[in-house]
Design a protein around this ligand. Structure first.
Ligand SMILES: [Zn+2]
Length: 81
């Protein structure tokens, strides 16, 4: 691996509380999930489409100590590949 392929340490976020820089959760509050079904002739159902709408906040949570790290969410969005 070339050194250029290694992520620079300054590009990594870390939990200010426990130092975790590996595991994070994204939690969406107040999510409405709508699933459309059609009923078939034999009485079974087939799902047609799912839509989900997020009404509340989206939070970034430390995977180790559950500290709210929402301030770093933009970084996650930028660095999501
Ligand atoms: Zn933490």
């Amino acid at each position: 691996m070339q050194p250029a392929d290694l992520p620079s340490p300054t590009n990594r976020i870390a939990c200010p509380l426990c130092g975790n820089s590996v595991e994070f959760y994204e939690v969406a509050e107040d999510v409405v999930i709508t699933t459309c079904y059609t009923q078939n002739d034999d009485g079974s159902f087939t799902p047609q489409e799912d839509t989900s709408e997020i009404l509340g906040e989206i939070k970034l949570i430390c995977g180790r100590c559950q500290e709210d790290m929402s301030l770093f969410r933009h970084r996650l969005a930028e660095m999501l590949f």
